[in-house]
Design a binder for this molecule. Structure first.
Ligand code: MLT
Length: 407
């Protein structure tokens, strides 16, 4: 008889966003006339930038001629895209990252999960609480945890609470952890980290031989010039950090799929026999075996992000969503709610009013205002009493949703 991966049975019933979608569908079926506005999952709504579309159209044409046709591409991504990323996203900010250290992929969600393939099973793993649920669930699937306690926390994970008291910035642990997930700008709270804070993490990681998984999927939303966009802006990070980035939120590629992971060649971890192993080699081996790359068409579209027109268009897109975030912040604040985030991030983190639980507030907004958000407790026990509102939507929908909530 075939057996299953029992670790999956420890997972909570549904992944957060499909679970929300399930509840919303049930509501919509029972109330077909209700004009729902979805500010839950951070999915973009505005059209792909013109520069990307034109590049993709040209790429389709390339595939129509034997001379320019492409079959399998390099598993690591085309060099012309990796070089543009290295120059514009890293070297221009003073980061010593080479194109060969960049791996193109179809998403940061996949990469932050898949990266566990190259690490051992005995690492101590730290996540913030609340946290992007993928980090936790993929560790559960890999068998790195026990079961949940009554707070919904998995035995074996180290939870670093991020709360209003610490400005949603985790304190550095006093004991050793091996793998640390950091996400800045933060999903779900919208907080950002200063250089000094990231330097403290890098110093900690180097002292303990830890590896930081730095999820920078929302870096384009940083509007404060003092805030670092990449962990590699921090001295020593080449020796302790892997960075994840995405074209999903800055260029609207959530449906098109393109992202990247940076694994510096100077980054090592220990083999069972105590030798130092280059993580780049393992990730390269993993990707070459399990991944066949992102389509040529999509990579050409991503490359166009770095053209002059593309840069202007993605800036406009990011600013559009940031203006939405400002509207959400201002309107909810004026209505007397305590809000956080939404300044350097597309997410606004709202304290639920009158001590309502996150799911009760979710139900209230759904049933009374016909607005969908994300319950903070879905991101972890410390998210209880909070609610996340995404700024990814049309202006009209954001304004209408705010009117409904605040009246
Ligand atoms: C979110 O809403 O947290 C994001 O859309 C999730 C993701 O990017 O996978």
């Amino acid at each position: 008889m075939a057996t299953v991966n029992d670790h999956y049975l420890k997972l909570k019933a549904g992944y957060l966003f499909p679970e929300i979608a399930r509840r919303v569908s049930a509501f919509a079926e029972a109330n077909p006339e209700a004009p729902l506005i979805k500010l839950g999952i951070g999915d973009v709504t505005e059209p792909l930038p013109e520069a990307c579309r034109q590049a993709m159209i040209q790429a389709v044409q390339d595939l129509g001629s034997r001379d320019t046709f492409k079959g399998y591409g390099p598993e690591q991504g085309y060099a012309w895209l990796r070089e543009k990323i290295a120059t514009h996203d890293f070297q221009a900010r003073g980061c010593d990252i080479d194109a060969s250290e960049i791996f193109i992929s179809d998403g940061s969600k996949c990469d932050t999960g898949n990266i566990l393939d190259i690490f051992g099973d005995n690492n101590t793993i730290a996540v913030t609480d609340p946290v992007y649920p993928v980090y936790v669930d993929t560790n559960v699937m890999a068998g790195h945890t026990g079961s949940t306690n009554e707070r919904g926390e998995y035995e074996g994970l180290v939870y670093l609470p991020i709360t209003a008291e610490n400005q949603f910035i985790a304190e550095i642990p006093s004991h050793k952890v091996d793998l640390i997930y950091l996400c800045f700008p933060n999903n779900p709270t919208g907080s950002v980290a200063t250089k000094a804070h990231l330097q403290a993490w890098v110093n900690y990681a180097r002292e303990h031989g830890s590896v930081i998984f730095f999820d920078a999927a929302y870096e384009a939303f940083i509007s404060d010039p003092e805030i670092p966009h990449s962990i590699y802006e921090i001295e020593g990070a080449r020796n302790c950090a892997i960075e994840f980035r995405s074209f999903s939120k800055n260029a609207g590629f959530t449906g098109t799929r393109c992202a990247l992971t940076v694994v510096p060649k100077t980054l090592t971890a220990k083999a069972a026999d105590g030798t130092d192993v280059e993580l780049w080699k393992l990730w390269n081996r993993r990707q070459s075996t399990k991944f066949n790359g992102v389509s040529y068409i999509v990579q050409r579209g991503a490359e166009a992000v770095y053209s002059e027109a593309g840069q202007a268009q993605i800036k406009a897109l990011v600013n559009f969503y940031l203006d939405n975030a400002q509207i959400i912040r201002e309107q909810l604040t004026a209505a007397g709610l305590q809000v956080y985030g939404g300044v350097n991030a597309p997410y606004v983190w709202v304290q639920t009013p009158n001590g309502l639980s996150s799911w009760d507030f979710f139900d209230k907004l759904l049933h009374i205002c016909h607005v969908v958000g994300t319950p903070g407790s879905g991101f972890g026990a410390a998210g209880e009493g909070y609610f996340r509102i995404s700024a990814f939507n049309s202006r009209n929908n954001v304004e209408t949703a705010m009117q409904r909530i605040t009246q």
